[in-house]
Design a protein around this ligand. Sequence first.
Ligand code: PEP
Length: 256
Amino acid sequence: MKKILIAGNWKMNTNVESSTEFCLNVLEITKNMDLKFTVLICPPFVNLGNCISILKDSNVTVGAQNCWYEEKGAFTGEISVDMLKSVGCTYCIVGHSERRTIFGESDEIINKKAKALLKSGLKPIICIGETLEERNSGNTYKVLFHQLDNSFVGFSEEDWKNVVIAYEPVWAIGTGVTATPEQAQEAHHNIRKYVAEKYGDIASQSLILYGGSMNEKNALELLNLDDVNGGLIGGASLKVDSFVSIINSAEQILNS
Ligand code: PEP
């Protein structure tokens, strides 16, 4: 059966009140569903506690949007992997394009974060993606393969089982412009092929999520693509109706 992960990235949105309301609603809607795939929400750090306590025995797991790779110490404002683990996080997004561009995160830092997460038993969702300029100048795969070479180094075979790749074309994030099914399938296929060539057979099992303006209208088509194993969803994960509709699309695919 196809492996699917539906992950919501809330970015810097919601507060304790609105995230609690979202979780209570999603809990109510999903509590009797027999989901054959993982549903994940990634709220801001300060809302992890309340979201996890509401969703702890539910169909929905909770992760973080970022972490720091050192264990503890003088890193004012940062959150360690151990802190995320102790609050109950299962996944953590790393290397989102907003972190790469706004906060200057390098592939090297992203790789260190991913390794720290894996060491503690959390699953990193590592984002890669090209800008429009890079795509238009024919450099899409040069960029993607460079990110794959440098953000994904030094993982063991066991690690690879827990690494999630998110292909997020930067030009599609938050823009309302989605990659066409052909563009998405081509990129996912080539990413999987590259991982297979470099890291071996494990690539056939790798989860490769699509991210970039996925919503309730286009999810079914995108999730149905051969090499797409789910979505990393920003805007549409903030509304219960659209997030649940995307969950239903994944369910429909697995039941067909
Ligand atoms: C994202 O934040 O990773 C993302 C894909 O955002 P959006 O769905 O809003 O484009």
